[in-house]
Ligand binder design. Structure first.
Ligand SMILES: NC(=O)C1=CN([C@@H]2O[C@H](COP(=O)(O)OP(=O)(O)OC[C@H]3O[C@@H](n4cnc5c(N)ncnc54)[C@H](OP(=O)(O)O)[C@@H]3O)[C@@H](O)[C@H]2O)C=CC1
Ligand SMILES: O=C(O)C1=N[C@H](C(=O)O)C[C@H](O)C1
Length: 270
């Protein structure tokens, strides 16, 4: 038991944080050794299990990430872009695998994560589920098979708490479609339609975001042609799929060389 890889969960009180804690605690292949929340959070200093409304887990919630990471083999991080950048530097210092599920990362954040990955194993994906990573591959194949007579639209739906759009998954799907077509997403992305937009530009890849209720995460990739449409769809109904993927990534990362990896590497889909 004590030889199992030790995992720290950041953003412990969050929707994904709590799901990750349950997943690690129930796992036979890893042990929970730390839980991090931001300074000032009312869980700090409490036993994690008690804070979650259950029985004690013997792990106190801390706001000292470096101290927690130093005792761990992996850090699983589904928080915010700024927090993730801070954790990337600290995980690299502690030589712990950093699994990043956080979305909404901009180029400035990605640059700092790249720097950390010179010294540490970083596994990052906008979606850690097997189903979505398969959908990414399918999207690339279908986009490569069809020409610009088929308009590509990525439509995503999420719960009303979500703060970023398009979702990380939608961007993965858009990148896959662009790659399949042999173009750069940045050159063809259309994500802000409102008002008199003019007609759709041939070759664009469009994004639409729905926010409502408790939708876990739904993604369609539509290829709309004349007289026919192909729609590839993934529907998440349980956050456990992301948590299980993240734990798999944390275990996969043990023993790999420093660098940036994604779920395609972990799942052997690349
Ligand atoms: N890649 C994937 O498969 C998936 C990715 N996600 C992504 O994961 C992220 C989190 O989602 P979700 O769990 O729904 O969001 P939540 O807002 O529920 O959770 C985020 C948690 O991070 C905490 N946090 C923020 N800043 C810090 C900090 N500096 N130190 C420690 N903790 C901090 C927040 O605390 P507080 O609320 O007190 O600020 C909160 O508890 C999002 O970017 C989301 O898109 C989600 C699902 C799947
Ligand atoms: O915020 C969420 O909830 C989710 N975020 C990820 C994303 O941005 O794609 C993954 C999943 O769809 C849930």
């Amino acid at each position: 038991m004590s030889d199992l890889p030790g995992i720290v969960i950041t953003g412990a009180s969050g929707r994904m944080g709590q799901m990750l804690i349950r997943t690690v605690v129930e796992s036979k292949g890893a042990k929970l050794v730390g839980a991090v929340e931001r300074t000032g959070h009312d869980w700090i200093g409490q036993d994690l299990g008690v804070a979650m409304g259950g029985t004690a887990l013997g792990v106190a919630v801390t706001d000292d990430p470096l101290d927690a990471f130093a005792k761990a083999q992996a850090v699983i991080d589904f928080t915010t872009p700024d927090a993730t950048v801070e954790f990337a530097a600290l995980a690299a210092q502690a030589r712990a695998v950093h699994v990043i599920g956080t979305t909404g990362l901009e180029e400035t954040h990605l640059e700092k994560i790249r720097l950390a990955a010179r010294h540490a194993i970083v596994v990052r994906a906008g979606n850690m589920s097997l189903g979505v990573n398969l959908l990414v591959q399918l999207t690339k194949k279908v986009a490569a098979a069809l020409d610009e007579d088929f308009d590509i639209e990525v439509i995503e739906a999420h719960h009303h708490h979500k703060v970023d759009a398009p979702s990380g998954t939608a961007l993965m799907l858009g990148e896959a479609a662009a790659e399949g077509r042999g173009v750069h997403l940045a050159d063809v992305s259309d994500s802000g339609r409102d008002g008199i937009t003019g007609a759709r530009k041939r070759g664009d890849i469009g994004f639409s975001a729905i926010r409502g209720g408790d939708i876990v995460g739904e993604h369609d990739v539509m290829f709309a042609g004349q007289g026919e449409r192909i729609v590839l769809r993934h529907m998440a109904t349980d956050r456990g799929i992301f948590a299980r993927g993240a734990l798999k990534a944390a275990l996969w990362g043990q023993g790999h060389k420093p660098g940036e990896y994604d779920m395609m590497d972990v799942l052997g889909l690349s």
